[in-house]
Write a protein that binds this ligand. Structure first.
Ligand code: TEU
Ligand code: CA
Length: 548
C-alpha cells in the first residue's frame, strides 16, 4: 500500500523570500498563510518550510538558537499554530526542517558550553589545539574556511563543519540524542507531518583523526554515513517517529547508492527518503564552484541510475542551495518557456516523491547580480574571499557567483508585476530579480499557455495516472539531446520523451518513439510542452508524454 507521502507533491517554501505581510522586506508566516489557497490550487499536497526557528541568521535560519521558538522576523508561535491549522483545513500537510547537526553559537547550550565545567560542555566537540597551538586536526569545512574555531574563554577549539557560528553537536553524547528526540516530539505534537533532515548523514563523527588531503572537505571520511549515525537514526525512528503519522526525508551529502539504500531500508528503519546529489554534480568539475557546460547525457544517466538504485527516491531539480533549474539545465532566454515546461515534465514523471521549489513553477531564473553587495549568502562570501586569496581572476570569481551562488534561488518570489514583484511593500532583504515584469505568478495565472498552468496540468496528470505515480522506471534512450524513458505499472506503460537541447531533433524523437509507441500522435499524446503535436516532435527543449 502506498503511503500518503508517496502520492503527493512537496512544495518547498523558503520563508524569508516567499511573502512579506508587514512591509519589513522579510517574508513571514502570515504571508505564507495568505498564499495557501494558491498552493492548494497548484495541486501540491505537502509543504516543507525551511527553518523558521529563532536564529541570528548567520546562515538564514540553518543556525538555530532556540528549537522551540519562532524567529520574530517570521512571526510568533501563535502564527505558526495558525499556519498548522490553516494547512489542515485545506488538507495540506506541513513538514519542517530539522537542523540538528549543529546549532547556532548563540544557542544557550553553546553559550554555556564555553565554560569547561558546564553540564553542556560535552554537547559540542571541544578539543585543545596541537602542541604548536594549531587546530586539533586538518579538516576543512563546507563553507570554504577552517572548521575549528579557537575560543579564548576556555582555551580550546570547537568543531564547526559549516560557518563558525554553527558549532557541531556532539553525538557521542547520549544526552544530545535525548534533546533531539524531545524537539521532534514537540513539533509532531503540534501537528506537523514530518521533517526534512538537514545534512543528517554526518551527525556522528567517528574519529577526529586527520583526514586524507582533498580539494574539498578534508576529513569527511570520518563522518559521512558512519555506523554511529545509522544507529542514531534507528533510535529516532523507533523511539519517536514511529509513534506519529509522519515521514522523514534526509538531506544526505556525498551519499552513494549503497549508503542510500541502507538509510532508506524499511527493515532497518532509519529514514523514509533521501535527497541524493549526484545529478546536481554532473555539471561541475571537482567542486560545485567550477562549472562546466551542461550536457544532458551525464545528467540523465545519473538520474536514471538513482531511479533504480533506491526503492523510493526523493526527486528534485531545485532547492534553496542550488541555482535555478531553467537557467542551469534549460535555456532561460530563447527557450525559457519551453525548457521550463520540459523540466516540469521531467520532475513530475520520474519515480519517487517530487519536490518543487518556490518559483520553479513560474520559471524563475538565476539573478543578474552586479556586485557582491547584492549577495548575502555566507557561503558565497567565504568562497569569493578564498578565490581572491587564491588569485582567481576577478572575471572568473564573478562567473562563479553568477552561476553558482545560493542566492540565485533565494531572490524574492515574483507574485506580480507591481513594485518589488508583490513580495513586499517595503525594501526586500534581497533584491528582486529584474525580470519580474515578465516572469510573475499573476500574469502566468491568467495565461493558459504559461509555465504555471502547465505545472498545474502536469500535477493533475501525474495524480490521475498510476504508471506516473507508481510505475517502474526504465530508460530507453539517453543522448546529449534526448532523455526518453517509460513508467510501467500493471501492464500499462507511459512513455516520456524529452529533448533537452537547443537543437532540432525530429529524427531522434521519432526513432525513439516509433519503436515504443508508434510516434507521438494526436491519438496517444497525453501532454506536450509545445502547443501542438507537430511542434512537439519538431521543437527545441520539448517534452511529450504518450500512452503506449
Ligand atoms: O546544506 C548542506 C550542503 O551540503 C550543501 O548543499 C550546502 O548548501 C552548500 O552548498 C555546500 O557547498 C544544508 C542546507 O540545505 C543549507 O542551506 C545549510 O547552509 C547547510 O545545510 C548547513 O545547515
Ligand atoms: Ca515581514
Amino acid at each position: 500500500m502506498a503511503k500518503w507521502w508517496q502520492e503527493q507533491i512537496v512544495y518547498q517554501i523558503y520563508p524569508r523570500s516567499f511573502q512579506d505581510s508587514n512591509g519589513d522586506g522579510i517574508g513571514d508566516i502570515p504571508g505564507i498563510i495568505s498564499r495557501l489557497d494558491e498552493l492548494k490550487n497548484l495541486g501540491v499536497g505537502i509543504l516543507w518550510l525551511s527553518p523558521v526557528y529563532s536564529s541570528p541568521n548567520a546562515d538564514n535560519g540553518y543556525d538555530i538558537s532556540d528549537y522551540r521558538n519562532i524567529n520574530p522576523e517570521y512571526g510568533t508561535m501563535a502564527d505558526m499554530d495558525e499556519l498548522i491549522l490553516q494547512c489542515r483545513r485545506r488538507g495540506l500537510r506541513l513538514i519542517m526542517d530539522l537542523v540538528v547537526n549543529h546549532t547556532s553559537d548563540e544557542h544557550k547550550w553553546f553559550q554555556s558550553s564555553r565554560d569547561k565545567d558546564s553540564p553542556y560542555r560535552n554537547y559540542y566537540i571541544w578539543r585543545p589545539g596541537r602542541p604548536d597551538g594549531s587546530p586539533p586536526n586538518n579538516w576543512t569545512s563546507f563553507f570554504a574556511e577552517d572548521c575549528w574555531e579557537y575560543d579564548p574563554k576556555s582555551g580550546e577549539y570547537y568543531l564547526h563543519l559549516f560557518a563558525k557560528k554553527q558549532p557541531d553537536l556532539n553525538y557521542q553524547n547520549p544526552e544530545v540524542i535525548e534533546e533531539v528526540k524531545e524537539i521532534i516530539r514537540f513539533w509532531l505534537d503540534k501537528g506537523i507531518s514530518g521533517f526534512r533532515c538537514d545534512v543528517i548523514n554526518i551527525l556522528f563523527k567517528e574519529s577526529l583523526k586527520d583526514g586524507k588531503k582533498k580539494l574539498a572537505l578534508t576529513g569527511s571520511e570520518h563522518y559521512i554515513s558512519r555506523e554511529g549515525t545509522h544507529a542514531i537514526l534507528r533510535r529516532l525512528k523507533s523511539e519517536v517517529l514511529n509513534n506519529y503519522d509522519c515521514f522523514t526525508v534526509g538531506e544526505t551529502v556525498f551519499v552513494t547508492p549503497k549508503m542510500g539504500r541502507e538509510l532508506c531500508d524499511k527493515a532497518r528503519g532509519e529514514l523514509d527518503m533521501i535527497f541524493s546529489f549526484e545529478h546536481m554534480e554532473t555539471d561541475q568539475l571537482f567542486v560545485k564552484w567550477f562549472k562546466k557546460k551542461f550536457r544532458s547525457r551525464p545528467f540523465a544517466l545519473s538520474l536514471a541510475k538513482w531511479q533504480n538504485a533506491l526503492e523510493w527516491p526523493a526527486v528534485y531539480l531545485e532547492n534553496h542551495d542550488q541555482p535555478r533549474s531553467v537557467s542551469r539545465f534549460g535555456n532561460d532566454q530563447k527557450y525559457w518557456k519551453e525548457s521550463a515546461k520540459m523540466l516540469a515534465v521531467l520532475l513530475l514523471t520520474l519515480r519517487g516523491t517530487p519536490f518543487l521549489y518556490q518559483g520553479e513553477e513560474i520559471g524563475m531564473t538565476n539573478f543578474d547580480y552586479t556586485s557582491m553587495d547584492e549577495i548575502q549568502d555566507v557561503e558565497s562570501h567565504n568562497v569569493y574571499a578564498l578565490a581572491k586569496k587564491l588569485h582567481i581572476p576577478s572575471w572568473y570569481r564573478w562567473r562563479m557567483m553568477r552561476l553558482v551562488s545560493r542566492d540565485n534561488a533565494r531572490t524574492p518570489m515574483q507574485w506580480d508585476a507591481s513594485e518589488n514583484a508583490g513580495f513586499t511593500s517595503g525594501k526586500p532583504w534581497l533584491a528582486v530579480n529584474h525580470n519580474f515584469i515578465s516572469v510573475n505568478y499573476q500574469d502566468e495565472k491568467n495565461d493558459p499557455d504559461s509555465i504555471l498552468n502547465f505545472y498545474r496540468e502536469m500535477i493533475l496528470l501525474r495524480q490521475s495516472s498510476s504508471p506516473l505515480k507508481f510505475g517502474k522506471f526504465k530508460a530507453f534512450c539517453i543522448t546529449d539531446k534526448i532523455f526518453a524513458y517509460g513508467r510501467k505499472y500493471k501492464g500499462q506503460t507511459v512513455f516520456i520523451c524529452l529533448n533537452m537541447s537547443d537543437r532540432y531533433t525530429d529524427a531522434d524523437i521519432c526513432r525513439v518513439t516509433d519503436k515504443r509507441c508508434s510516434g507521438l500522435s494526436s491519438q496517444n499524446l497525453l501532454i506536450s510542452s509545445y502547443s501542438g503535436v507537430t511542434e512537439t516532435t519538431e521543437g527545441r527543449h520539448t517534452a511529450g508524454i504518450c500512452r503506449t
